[in-house]
Design a protein around this ligand. Structure first.
Ligand SMILES: [Zn+2]
Length: 719
C-alpha cells in the first residue's frame, strides 16, 4: 500500500521506463460524466497502445503522444481518486516495471566531455592543462575512437558484476542489470587479479553488421527500421523484458574506470590493458601519443577512416595518460580537465529537393519522403530522405524546390536537416498531404491525437501483409496454418490482394505453395471454412481498425449484435458504449465510411462470412446479457478462458464494478472490487459458484468449452 500512502509516486511510463514524479494531491471532488468517460477511454487507449508497443512491436503513436495520454490519465486520477480503478494502467505500469528499472545513482558522477572540433581547440586544451599544472614537460595522451552508443557503468564487487546502469544524466541512470547480464562481451566475473571494487565504464554499441541484420529482420516482420545503430543499441538495452535484449546483438567496449579499490594503475593505458585481462574486449585502435600535434594527426586519420570501423564512431577521445596528472588536473563542474572529445563534423551535404512524395508503409502510415538531386554524403550517394511526418515538414518548413542540408545518421535512412531559406527563389512549393492513398486510393486520415497520417484501405497492398497477419492471428480470426511464410507467398504471387481473397483460396492453389503438402492445404481450407462463423467481436478485432483492440471489439459486438449494426452505428450510439470516447468513435466511423473498406466487407459477405452473434449461439439458459466483473486469481480456469466462456454464453465482461454489474466473480486474494461490489449491492460469487453457473448456462453440452474447464467440471461432477 506504500504506493498509495506516499505523498509522491514515481510512475514509470511503459514506453520509456523513465520515471516521472507525480504529486499526489488529495482533493475531494466528483468527476463529471465526461471526465469519467475520458478516464475509461484513456484506460483503453493506453492498454491498446501498450500492446501495440510491447507485444506487437509496432507502435501507432509516438512516445511523446503516449506519454501525453498517460499523463492525462494520471492527472485525472490524481484529481478524482475514485476514477483510479484497481486495473487502471497507471497502477499496472507503476508496479512491475518500477522494479525493473530502478534509479541507479552513480557513486562517482559520470561526467561528460568537453568538445573540440578542430586542431586549434585541441592545442588550446593542452595549453590550459599545462597552465593548470604550472609546469612544462611532456604530457602523453591515450587516444581512442569515440563510440556512438549508450554509455553504461558496470560495478564489480570482489570481481562479480553486481550492478549495471545507464549513464542517464551522469548523476543517476537506470539500473539495467538483468539486461546487460545478457551481453557476452560483459564478463559476469572478472578473470585475473582484480580490484575488490571497480566501476568499469564504457559504451554499449551495435556493430554495423548486427545492425544491418536487425533491420533486415525488422523489415521481414513488416516493422519500421531503427534509425541508426545508436538508437537500436539504446532501445535494446532499455527493454523491460531482458529476453528481448538477449536476442539483440550488442557489444560492450570499456573505456574508463570510476571507483577503484584494492588495485592501482599508473596510467590510463595500464587500466585499459588490465580491463582486457579481466575479460573485456581489447580495443586495437587505442594509441599512446606523446604530443598534442600527434593527437591532431591521429584524429584526422581516424576521421578519414571512420567508415572502416565495424561500429559507428563520431569522434575521438583524448585522455591525459598519467593517472597522477589526471588526479592533479581534477574536474570542472561538469567535465574533467584531463580529457576532451574531438567531434567529427556530421556527414552532411547540400542538395535540392526535387519533389516530396507520400510513401505508404506496411502499417499504413503515410509519410512524406523527399526526392533529392543525388548527392554524395560521407561516401554514399543519397537521392531520397525521410521527412518523418507532416509536423516535421511544417516545423522545418521544407518545400519542393528548396535547397536543403541532408544528413546521414548511421548507414540508414538519410534525413533532411533544414532548408536553406535564404536561397529561395519564390518558385518553391509547399507540400500538401494527399487525401487518398497513392497505392490503393483509399482515404488517408490523421486519427485524432496522432502525428501520423494513415491509409485506411483494407485492401491496400502496401500494408496487406501486416493486415493479413493480424487478421488470422489467434486473438482475431484464429485461422490455423496461415503463417507468415504462407502470407508472404500469397501476397507475392498475387493470389491474395485483400483479406477477402483468403476465402477464395482453393486446395489446388494452396498445395502449389512452397512447403505446403496436400494435407496442410486441406487443413487451411478447413480452418478458413470454420472461421466464416467466428464471433462478431473477433471479426471486428480482426479488421484492424485503428484504436480498436480486442476489448473494444467485443463491446461493439455485444452492443450492436450484427456486423451491419456496428457498421451503421452513429457517433451517439458508439459513445454509449463503455470504453469508447470521441477519439475511438471517430476512428470507427471513419473506417466504416471508407468505400474501399465497405467493398472488402461486402466481398467477405459474398464469400460466406457471417460473423456469429454470441446471443444467438446461447440457449434459453444462457447468461443472457449478465455483466460479470472478475477479480483475484482464478485457479480452475485462466481469466482469459473465463472471459471467453462468459462472452460465448452471451454475457458481458466489464473491468470495473458499477450498479449495472450482475456478478462479481471473486477469485483468490480479490482486490478492492469486493468492497465496491458490496457497496453497490452486486452479487459476489466464488469461482466454484461461477463454474456451476456457467455449466447450467451451457445450452448445448456439445458446445466446445476451454479444455481444462471441461476437465475440472467433470471432475467435480457438475455436469
Ligand atoms: Zn493504401
Amino acid at each position: 500500500m506504500g504506493l498509495y500512502s506516499s505523498p509522491f509516486r514515481v510512475i514509470f511510463t511503459p514506453h520509456k521506463g523513465k520515471g516521472i514524479v507525480i504529486e499526489e494531491i488529495a482533493r475531494v471532488s466528483t468527476p463529471s460524466e465526461s471526465e469519467r468517460k475520458r478516464a475509461r477511454e484513456l484506460g483503453e487507449l493506453i492498454s491498446y497502445h501498450n500492446e501495440r508497443y510491447h507485444l506487437l512491436d509496432s507502435p501507432e503513436i509516438s512516445d511523446a503522444e503516449f506519454d501525453a495520454l498517460f499523463r492525462e490519465l494520471v492527472d485525472l486520477e490524481a484529481r478524482f481518486p475514485e476514477l483510479r480503478t484497481p486495473d487502471s494502467p497507471t497502477l499496472r505500469v507503476g508496479a512491475p516495471p518500477l522494479s525493473e528499472f530502478p534509479v541507479a545513482l552513480h557513486a562517482e558522477p559520470m561526467l561528460g566531455l568537453e568538445n573540440a572540433t578542430d586542431e586549434v581547440q585541441l592545442l588550446d586544451f593542452e595549453r590550459r592543462a599545462r597552465k593548470f599544472l604550472g609546469e612544462a614537460g611532456e604530457i602523453s595522451y591515450e587516444c581512442e575512437p569515440k563510440f556512438d552508443g549508450l554509455a553504461v557503468e558496470l560495478t564489480y564487487e570482489d570481481g562479480i558484476l553486481t550492478r549495471a546502469s545507464t549513464r542517464g544524466d551522469g548523476i543517476s541512470g537506470e539500473d539495467v542489470t538483468p539486461n546487460l547480464r545478457t551481453l557476452p562481451t560483459i564478463p559476469l566475473k572478472l578473470t585475473a587479479p582484480h580490484p575488490s571494487l571497480v566501476d568499469v565504464r564504457g559504451e554499449v554499441v551495435m556493430l554495423l553488421e548486427d545492425f544491418k541484420e536487425l533491420n533486415d529482420e525488422q523489415d521481414e516482420r513488416g516493422l519500421p527500421p531503427f534509425a541508426n545503430p545508436r538508437n537500436a543499441a539504446a532501445g535494446s538495452v532499455r527493454q523491460l523484458d531482458s529476453k528481448v535484449t538477449a536476442k539483440r546483438k550488442l557489444t560492450f567496449i570499456g573505456y574508463g574506470i570510476g571507483r577503484l579499490a584494492g588495485f592501482e594503475f599508473n596510467s590510463q593505458l595500464e587500466a585499459m590493458e588490465a580491463m582486457a585481462d579481466w575479460g573485456f574486449l581489447p580495443n586495437d585502435s587505442r594509441v599512446l601519443l606523446s604530443s598534442i600535434v600527434e593527437v591532431a594527426a591521429y584524429c584526422a586519420d581516424i576521421e578519414k577512416r571512420r567508415e572502416e570501423f565495424p561500429y559507428e564512431i563520431d569522434g575521438c577521445v583524448i585522455k591525459v595518460d598519467d593517472r597522477e596528472l589526471q588526479a592533479r588536473l581534477g574536474n570542472k563542474s561538469r567535465s574533467p580537465r584531463w580529457a576532451i572529445a574531438y567531434k567529427f563534423p556530421p556527414m552532411q551535404a547540400r542538395t535540392k529537393v526535387e519533389d516530396i512524395l507520400p510513401s505508404v508503409g506496411r502499417t499504413g502510415a503515410v509519410t512524406p519522403v523527399a526526392e533529392l538531386a543525388p548527392v554524395n554524403v560521407g561516401g554514399v550517394t543519397v537521392s531520397r530522405a525521410t521527412l518523418h511526418n507532416m509536423d516535421e515538414v511544417i516545423r522545418k518548413d521544407i518545400r519542393i524546390g528548396d535547397m536543403v542540408i541532408v544528413q546521414r545518421a548511421g548507414d540508414v535512412i538519410p534525413e533532411v536537416v533544414r532548408a536553406l531559406k535564404e536561397e529561395r527563389t519564390g518558385e518553391e512549393e509547399e507540400f500538401k498531404m494527399v487525401e487518398h492513398c497513392p497505392v490503393c486510393g483509399a482515404k488517408v486520415t490523421r486519427p485524432e491525437g496522432e502525428v501520423v497520417y494513415r491509409c485506411e484501405g483494407l485492401a491496400c497492398p502496401a500494408q496487406l501483409r501486416g493486415r493479413l497477419r493480424h487478421f488470422v492471428s489467434r486473438r482475431a480470426m484464429d485461422i490455423e496454418g496461415v503463417g507468415e511464410k504462407l502470407i508472404d507467398q500469397l501476397v507475392d504471387t498475387g493470389m491474395v490482394k485483400d483479406i477477402a481473397d483468403l476465402f477464395t483460396l482453393t486446395k489446388e492453389v494452396l498445395s502449389g505453395m512452397e512447403r505446403m503438402g496436400e494435407k496442410s492445404a486441406k487443413n487451411v481450407i478447413n480452418a478458413l471454412e470454420e472461421a466464416k462463423t467466428r464471433e462478431l467481436g473477433r471479426f471486428i478485432n480482426a479488421l484492424g481498425i485503428s484504436h480498436v483492440g480486442e476489448a473494444t471489439a467485443a463491446n461493439l459486438a455485444a452492443a450492436f449484435k450484427t456486423l451491419d449494426g456496428v457498421m451503421s452505428a452513429s457517433e451517439e450510439a458508439l459513445l454509449e458504449i463503455e470504453d469508447i470516447g470521441p477519439q475511438v468513435a471517430s476512428s470507427i466511423i471513419s473506417f466504416f465510411t471508407d468505400e474501399k473498406n465497405v467493398e472488402t466487407i461486402d466481398k467477405l459477405k459474398t464469400l460466406g462470412l457471417s460473423p456469429a452473434q454470441p446471443e444467438e449461439r446461447s440457449g434459453e439458459d444462457s447468461l443472457g446479457g449478465a455483466i460479470f466483473v472478475l477479480t483475484g486469481t482464478l485457479s480452475v480456469m485462466t481469466r482469459e478462458e473465463a472471459k471467453e466462456t462468459i462472452k460465448r454464453l452471451g454475457g458481458k465482461v466489464s473491468s470495473s464494478v458499477s450498479a449495472k454489474t450482475t456478478y462479481l466473480v471473486a477469485g483468490e486474494s480479490p482486490g478492492s472490487k469486493v468492497k465496491k461490489a458490496e457497496e453497490a449491492g452486486v452479487t459476489i460469487i466464488s469461482e466454484q459458484q461461477f463454474i456451476a453457473l456457467v455449466s447450467t448456462a451451457q445450452s448445448k453440452p456439445e458446445t466446445p468449452t476451454p479444455g481444462n474447464v471441461k476437465k475440472h467440471l467433470s471432475q467435480q461432477k457438475l455436469f
